[in-house]
Design a binder for this molecule. Sequence first.
Ligand SMILES: Cc1cc2nc3c(=O)[nH]c(=O)nc-3n(C[C@H](O)[C@H](O)[C@H](O)COP(=O)(O)OP(=O)(O)OC[C@H]3O[C@@H](n4cnc5c(N)ncnc54)[C@H](O)[C@@H]3O)c2cc1C
Length: 437
Amino acid sequence: MSKIAVVGMGQGGMVAAIKLAEQGHDVTVFEKSSRGEVSYDWKDDIRRDVFQVCELPLPSEDIFIQKCRWLFVSPNEKHSLEMPPCPPMEEISVERRALSEYFAELAQNAGCKLVFDTEIDRLVIKDDAVCGLVVNGGECDFDLVIDASGMRSELRAQLPRRFGIQSQPKDDGVLYGYRAFFKRVEGAETRVKGIDSTVVLKHLGEEGISWCNLNDENFVDVLIGRINKLDDAEIEKALAALKSFNPILGDELVYGQRVEVCLRASMARGVADGYVAIGDSAFMTMPLMGSGIESAMKAGKMFADFMAKKPKNYKAAELWRFYARYMRKIGSQFAFIDVIKRWALALNPKRIDWIFGSGVIRSEDLAFVSTETGGGKFKPRAKTVFMILTHPLFMFSALKAVSKGLRASNVAEKIPLKYDEKRVAKWAEKYDRLIRG
Ligand SMILES: Cc1cc2nc3c(=O)[nH]c(=O)nc-3n(C[C@H](O)[C@H](O)[C@H](O)COP(=O)(O)OP(=O)(O)OC[C@H]3O[C@@H](n4cnc5c(N)ncnc54)[C@H](O)[C@@H]3O)c2cc1C
């Protein structure tokens, strides 16, 4: 059995940690935050069945609620479409800190050692292979390091260059955000009665979104997110605009913080000798919405399944079999979505107003953006096709985007199954050209 370190209590790393400890490995998880303060102090959305898929018990019902109904609003704020409802509790909003604690308890019960308040800033690398971590100034040996420390992993950039692992996402692969909670204006109702969450696409014509959600009876959850950069002036402008059409949004700030959301397809290579990245540290997010909890958890489970088959060693060539499987199953769907997202972001906001106002898409079509698994659900109707055909320029750019998206997905699916340095490098170059970010 092996000595394994997990850096960061990311969900994917934690699923892997729990399963690997259950397989009898000696697993230590390092987390820079204190116990009880891991992750964000708010709720985010996932599908409930991800726990079943990962063969984990469902968390206590106290930590999640039914996901709110969402309204998507066009940039000019004149048109809107409601996200189609799911069966009750199919999609849930889960308290992030409580979810981290749920994972911590499962990991402890499985026999993992949890080390809080410990930031790992260095890998130990010998002969081009990761063989441990620097912990509180001292070197600790590990057979394998799982990097679950998020999109801005400091460890990833230290890997030997020959593995070709991208050190940072480019700015256009990141949504720079400000998430804040405000007191609700007493007695005020949401923009559309019964729908608590409103998200404006290309808000104020910018590349990004803004949302305004009734979080519970008294608080309003705001997110202002922009690709490339978000400065204070833009936050002020967006807040004022949100207030003008969301009667619930008051002036009293309860708390707010700057955030970054990974908004790009998975990286081409996520393994090196003695190292594997899981979750945001390998950019395993759904590129349109930035959701990464489910995909990280599924990747963690896939990694544990790979380990159950007893790999010969933890060299990149062996670990690659896991990464190739992840890319074929999940990463390839994200590659398609990444291309479509880039096309949508580059669209003139007036075009999006038209798409919303003309009936070219309906509420049902929005299942496409709902969750990680929604990718396959978009089915154009005869009316959609007809309306697109009557707008030749739009048709041309839409078809080009779909065709490029399918090519990206196809390339991702054709990831070499066996690690041969030259073949992998050639494939990664092709994939990166289509994905960029
Ligand atoms: C505003 C916002 C809204 C989102 N909404 C959703 C949503 O609705 N649904 C969804 O699925 N996803 C959502 N996401 C994305 C989601 O948070 C991530 O994709 C998901 O958490 C996977 O990230 P991770 O666990 O890999 O990394 P992270 O959540 O970033 O976790 C990394 C952990 O590593 C720790 N760490 C970092 N560096 C070190 C170090 N050097 N040493 C020790 N510890 C370290 C950090 O403290 C942290 O606990 C949202 C993200 C944001 C910012």
